[in-house]
Design a protein. Structure first.
Length: 263
């Protein structure tokens, strides 16, 4: 099986691992790697921090979980040497995020297995298909939440499984949302100007779900528009599209301007 579903026998050289500190001495610290069936590892004092380390406990403590980098592998003894000083802040952040997402994924599939009585082999097959299609199982679950069953159209996974995965995933995974906001100023001398403006705004809102686009009246001639999306690039694209539709709908009967609010 692939790494995201089943523990591997040995980590790879240079891999980031999550280690539990079990004991410390003047030479370094002993750890176990829970991701690899609690195999043993050693963190030498020279790999704890740059420069001379007088007191190890300033950097790590027993029972603490730390992100370390594999720098040597002893396959015969099933042990690894590790480094803390070679792990950057960004490395640590990404590894902890991976572990958090893995734990959520495992929890979701444990619930699925309980509810639908699927076998371990079936669960592993679903994992493999999702990893092949989406890169990671977590990414596949995100797509399932955003797009429903159709996200799995190319996968040979039963409908009842995908439906249940949607239900479970929505309770455990939150899709990040960003927004872009700006002020629209629109004026018109048309006798039916108010209705013309309202119709233009309503037309845009009718083409977007309410949770993705909002327009609020701030007082003549200003309107606040907010567009929500999963990333800023998409939000900016949708905002531009909405503004173009409003401007086109108003035509030459109105004066139109827009200023973006900085967040």
């Amino acid at each position: 099986m692939k790494q995201e579903i089943e523990n591997q026998d040995m980590p790879e050289l240079g891999e980031l691992v999550l280690a539990l500190v079990t004991s410390m001495s003047s030479h370094g610290a002993k750890v176990v790697l829970e991701e690899y069936n609690n195999m043993y590892g050693f963190l030498h004092i020279s790999e704890i921090a740059t420069g001379w380390v007088k007191n190890i406990s300033r950097f790590i403590t027993v029972n603490q979980k730390v992100v370390l980098k594999v720098i040597r592998i002893d396959s015969a003894r099933a042990e690894v040497d590790l480094s803390l000083r070679q792990v950057s802040g960004e490395d640590r952040k990404q590894k902890l995020l991976f572990v958090k997402r893995y734990d959520k994924t495992r929890s979701i599939f444990d619930s699925l297995q309980t509810r639908l009585k699927i076998t371990e082999n079936q669960k592993n097959q679903y994992f493999d298909m999702m990893e092949d299609q989406f890169g990671t199982v977590y990414s596949g679950l995100e797509e399932l939440i955003k797009n429903g069953d159709k996200a799995f159209d190319k996968l040979d996974i039963p409908k009842e499984v995908t439906t249940e995965l949607v239900n479970i995933s929505k309770t455990k995974i939150s899709i990040p949302i960003v927004n872009v906001t700006g002020i629209i100023q629109v004026t018109t001398h048309d006798p039916n100007g108010i209705n013309l403006i309202k119709d233009s705004m309503s037309e845009v809102l009718s083409n977007k779900s309410r949770n993705k686009l909002e327009i609020s009246y701030l007082g003549s001639p200003k309107y606040k528009i907010t567009v929500y999306a999963e990333d800023y690039k998409t939000a900016e694209k949708n905002l531009t599209s909405a503004l173009e539709k409003i401007k086109k709908s108003m035509g030459k009967k109105a004066s139109f301007s827009f200023s973006k609010e900085e967040t």
